[in-house]
Design a protein. Structure first.
Length: 615
């Protein structure tokens, strides 16, 4: 079996390298300057290029390079800093944080497209109201609808509910008080409750970037393949689940590289000195290859066929952590090649959902809660860290992730405990015993008990499955694994059709409350794939939204963590430590914390980049 996999992976690697080699873009004969092409790879496929329909890391890394929001994150500032992007300046905010007024920059244009029928289309305030309305349109089945409604824009929920009740298309022409367009370039957001952290919401280019209504209506059901925005790139080629190519947007306005690293940030200051004043985007094209298996992706980097193996969508595979950075230091052979390396704990987590609607695993009765908690205790997180992640993770104690508010490194819970004896005791106490003598525990009513875990076919998932199988075997719980591709599992999870599924999640801003959306009732069908619904938690969540940061809000974070552990709708495994590597010809890379748009901010030193081999 192992030999068979190696041959398969080697074949994939060879195919990948040959494809990548043929894809090197060079200047045509006689051209004044060669084109700069950035080659990257994703470890899983995108699902859509329509901002209203994406919620996965891979799609949400592509779309913000095409669509732009009102605000953005400074690429070098740590702690993070939000700055205007398509906004003329910072918002005007009422004293109680319920009214936010934003002026839109004049003279910003969408990239040219047949939908505009030959005219230049300027961005206006209405384009931002339209983008938000698309997220709540029932016809779009947006995975982020729950989160958007939870922000509490006045009148937005009623707009959606009226469309659902009347079974009619959403009325995009209806004025919504929370999204009032005051004039061509001014939009006022009015919130049902105070929203002190709305600024970071408005910086989400991946879902809240300006969208032109005529483009969406022109392309109809094929809109996900025709993303038209104002950003530095536009879509050039898309082979689904295989290759995405972005090219410089010829209609992009003149923007120059600038940033505000801290005075003592030597790395940030060096990047700024190297890139300050360069016109954006710095590279001409970005080619994104989808390379699911770890070995081919690693080999593609070593052979220079991808320029960097980095960021949330495609960092160094855990199998190669020790090869890349033994003992936390860049390997000597990579140092000799001039490779750059970075290592950090991410604002993310790996976790397993337990479907609360599942008749076997879900529910809120004491015996149902006991089953989930026993499963959690029987799973060996530290074995996962050592065997599957090669030491590249830290056990998690709660859903709240590092680098966000509410995260407390001193907080300890049973979320990370490995205690098979306690798991067996819980199962015995609540009637999960072997009644038919087949060696496996049954349900309290005597019917068979079978755990079904959704998984993917890649090699790394087989190791996770082995850790799960060993842990469940040790306490007498029978588990089977159902394999499908990641996008298929995501779709099934949102529909409530999976019993268990292990996945990863990354924070999109510095507010830790975002991680709690996975337990918020109105998010069922989107972020809340566990389908957890508890009135007490929903009230707590809504109260947190309105509070400014401070001791009172921190106390609610603590209560939320305790509820997460007590009911266990999610088993939070680890916070992942990731390694990014870049070849010496890549200039200016710094891993983003809560955003994904950085391809336009790096440079390629063509003098140091190896030339493709002659055919």
């Amino acid at each position: 079996m192992a030999k068979h996999w190696w041959v398969h992976a080697h074949g994939l690697a060879l195919a990948c390298l040959l494809a990548a080699a043929s894809a090197w873009a060079t200047a045509p004969a006689g051209a004044a300057e060669p084109r700069k092409v950035l080659h990257v790879a994703f470890q899983a496929a995108e699902t859509s290029l329509d901002p209203a329909k994406v919620n996965d890391t891979y799609s949400r890394t592509i779309t913000p390079h095409i669509f732009e929001a009102l605000f953005r994150y400074d690429p070098l500032a740590r702690p993070v800093k939000v700055l205007p992007l398509l906004a003329e300046g910072m918002p005007e905010v009422s004293a109680d944080f319920t009214v936010w007024t934003v002026k839109v920059r004049r003279g910003i244009y969408f990239s040219d497209d047949p939908a505009f029928k030959g005219r230049r289309r300027e961005v206006v305030a209405q384009d931002f109201a339209y983008a938000i309305k698309r997220l709540v349109d029932p016809a779009n089945k947006s995975p982020t609808v729950g989160g958007m409604l939870a922000h509490g824009f006045v009148g937005l929920r009623a707009l959606r509910e009226d469309a659902l009740r009347d079974k009619k298309p959403l009325d995009y022409d209806r004025e919504v008080e929370g999204l009032r367009v005051l004039d061509r370039y001014t939009i006022r957001f009015t919130m049902e409750q105070p929203r002190p952290r709305l600024l970071e919401v408005l910086a989400a280019s991946d879902v809240l970037g300006a969208q032109a209504r005529e483009v969406v209506e022109f392309y109809g059901d094929t809109i996900d393949a025709h993303p038209v925005g104002t950003g530095p790139f536009r879509l050039k080629q898309w082979r689904r689940s295989s290759l995405v190519v972005l090219e410089r947007n010829p209609d992009f306005r003149e923007e120059r590289y600038d940033a505000q690293p801290a005075p003592g940030d030597a790395e940030g200051q060096a990047i700024l000195a190297r890139l300050k004043g360069k016109r954006l985007p710095i590279v001409d094209e970005v080619r994104i290859a989808i390379i699911n298996e770890s070995q081919p992706r690693w080999l593609a980097f070593l052979n220079g066929q991808i320029d960097l193996i980095a960021s949330k969508a495609g960092a160094v595979p855990v199998e190669f952590f020790a090869t890349a950075m033994p003992n936390g230091k860049l390997a000597p052979n990579l140092v000799r090649r001039g490779v750059q390396g970075w290592r950090q704990v991410n604002p993310d987590s790996a976790l397993t959902l337990f479907n609360m609607d599942d008749p076997t695993l879900g529910g809120y009765t004491p015996e149902q809660v006991a089953l989930r908690r026993a499963i959690s205790l029987a799973y060996d997180v530290r074995a996962e860290v050592v065997l599957a992640r090669r030491g590249g993770a830290a056990p998690a104690q709660s859903p709240i992730v590092p680098h966000t508010s509410g995260y407390d490194p001193a907080f300890k819970s049973e979320m990370s405990d490995y205690d098979p004896a306690r798991a067996r005791a819980l199962l015995d106490l609540y009637g999960y015993v072997d009644r038919d003598g087949d060696g496996w525990r049954d349900k309290p009513d005597g019917s068979p008990l079978l755990l079904e875990m959704a998984t993917e076919p890649e090699q790394r998932n087989r190791t996770f499955n082995e850790v799960w199988k060993k842990g469940m075997d040790a306490v007498g719980l029978r588990i089977v694994f159902n394999t499908a591709q990641w996008p298929e599992n995501l779709k099934a999870a949102r529909a409530g059709k999976l019993m268990m599924w292990m996945l990863g999640s990354s924070a999109t801003d510095s507010d830790g409350q975002g991680s709690l959306a996975r337990m918020y009732g109105p998010e069922i069908g989107s972020q809340n794939m566990a389908r957890f619904k508890l009135e007490a938690f929903d009230r707590l969540y809504e109260r947190m939204k309105a509070l400014p940061d401070g001791p009172e809000r921190e106390a609610l974070f603590l209560e939320a963590k305790r509820i997460a552990v007590a009911y266990m709708p999610w088993k939070v495994h680890v916070h992942r430590l990731e390694i990014d590597l870049a070849h010496p010809w890549v200039i200016g890379y710094r891993r983003p914390l809560f955003w994904s748009n950085w391809w336009h901010l790096v440079d390629i030193d063509l003098a140091r980049q190896p030339k493709p081999a002659s055919p």
